[in-house]
Design a protein around this ligand. Structure first.
Ligand code: UTP
Length: 303
């Protein structure tokens, strides 16, 4: 049990991937900037970090980083135009993203994998535990996860990863965890991790999803981690070393998430995220739901 370390305040958001699953939309635009209803996916992620009390945000960006930085910066021209029009409502929307958090950026250079992206955060993070939120992984704002992970890390020390039970036929698409139960129904001890296991080799159907609270010992391990699956430096491989030897950086726990989560880098999940979040919106929902109902009825009638 470690209770003496300072409260976690830093969030790292890797957003330097190539986004090849979403080409050609992501040829010149980061996939994290694709809108989910009327906000770019990345804004939901930053809002989630802030909601969990993490107000220092470091984004790991790549070559097409400009739109990401611009989105979280002031846009004086636009703001002045809205002030002149007296459009307070839209002015507030424009200012919201630039007032959210203290934003920092570092470029990854070559996208050599998620593990390498996280390693780029080492000088900024220093020696405190920190959170990692994948920029293309959207956790429904109504289903808090990160707060619980921070709570578990502050109680248990070490690192905490987010797990979700998936259909065993889909586990080869994820990092997969071997686990043992703990006294908390939603918390497990992680004993082994495998990145995208071949069917039959998966130790469980617990998939790693894109939220982590990490002990800074991960950096030294990442420096030693060789490229793994796909020729990329895998965060899962480094976490596996932590899970196998508690003396490196404490235990690895998993928080089992049962809420709504969307991989906005996947076209099908992206569409599902938009439909679900649009349905719940007070301004758009009622009309959109009516349209959706009649659309589904037509589909079911084979029209
Ligand atoms: P993905 O596995 O989704 O890879 O990365 P990708 O390259 O972004 O997308 P596809 O598969 O080609 O469509 C998971 C997360 O890790 C980040 C991505 O931006 C995403 O948030 N990442 C990945 C980096 O920051 N750097 C990398 O080198 C790789």
């Amino acid at each position: 049990m470690t209770q003496s370390h300072p409260r976690i305040s830093k969030a790292v958001i890797p957003a330097a991937g190539l986004g090849t699953r979403f080409l050609p939309a992501t040829k010149a635009t980061p996939k994290e900037m694709l809108p989910v209803v009327d906000k770019p996916a990345i804004q939901y992620v930053v809002e989630e970090a802030v909601g969990a009390g993490l107000t220092d945000v470091l984004m790991i960006t790549g070559r097409n980083k400009r739109p990401l930085e611009d989105h979280f910066d002031r846009n004086y021209e636009l703001e002045e135009a809205l002030v002149r029009k007296g459009d307070q409502e839209r002015l507030a929307k424009v200012q919201e993203s630039s007032d959210l958090a203290t934003m920092h950026y570092v470029r990854q250079g070559d996208p050599r994998g998620l593990g390498h992206a996280v390693l780029c955060a080492a000088p900024h993070v220093g020696s405190e535990p920190f959170a990692v939120l994948l920029g293309d992984d959207l956790i429904d704002p109504r289903d808090p996860l990160l707060c619980r992970m921070v709570e578990v890390q502050e109680r248990e020390g070490g690192s905490v990863i987010a797990l979700m039970e998936v259909d065993p036929a889909q586990i080869h698409l994820y990092g997969c965890a071997a686990v043992e139960p703990t006294g908390d129904a939603d918390v497990v001890q992680v004993t082994n991790l495998v990145e995208k296991p071949d069917p039959g080799d998966a130790p469980s159907s617990y998939a790693i999803i894109g939220r982590y609270v990490l002990d800074p010992a991960i950096f030294a391990v990442l420096r030693e981690t060789q490229p793994g699956r796909g020729g990329e430096i895998q965060l899962t491989d480094a976490l596996q070393k932590l899970a196998a030897d508690e003396s490196i950086g404490g235990p690895v726990h998993g928080v089992v998430f049962k809420g709504r989560r969307y991989d906005t880098g996947d076209r099908g999940d992206y569409l599902r995220a938009i439909v679900r979040l649009a349905c719940e919106r007070e301004d758009l929902g009622p009309e959109f739901r009516n349209w959706l109902r009649s659309y589904v009825t037509e589909e079911m009638q084979g029209l």
